[in-house]
Design a protein. Structure first.
Length: 124
């Protein structure tokens, strides 16, 4: 495997782990009407991050890759948004895990935004 292929596989694993970790974390949230709405939104975008990254990796063209990676950026950024909402609304008792997941969402967003920008520049 090339370095690029190894990086891609590690990122697939990382985005899947992020989705699973978010699902497990959401089960620990304080039970209330608000947390059920936030959980629904967060699980949707966290799982979509990894699913769309996998789709981007299987893209049939540069424009299809760009389209999918744009979705990945949106979904990972939205994940960070919902984690921030959980923090500000005090819906979690596990601050350490909340901060770890927020950091991970931010890092994934930055990595994917870089890929998006590179793809855009290469497609000009």
């Amino acid at each position: 495997m090339t370095e690029k292929e190894i990086f891609i596989e590690r990122l697939k694993i990382r985005t899947r782990k992020f989705a699973v970790d978010v699902i497990v974390f959401c089960d620990s949230l304080i039970t209330c009407k608000a947390s059920s709405v936030v959980t629904y939104q967060l699980v949707k975008c966290a799982t979509s991050t990894g699913a769309n990254y996998r789709a981007a990796c299987r893209a049939r063209s540069k424009s299809e890759f760009f389209s999918k990676i744009c979705i990945v950026v949106e979904e990972s950024d939205e994940s960070e948004y919902w984690l921030d909402i959980i923090n500000e609304a005090n819906l979690s008792n596990d601050l350490e895990e909340l901060l770890r997941l927020t950091k991970e969402a931010n890092e994934i967003t930055r990595i994917m935004a870089k890929a998006k920008n590179t793809s855009f520049e290469n497609n000009k």
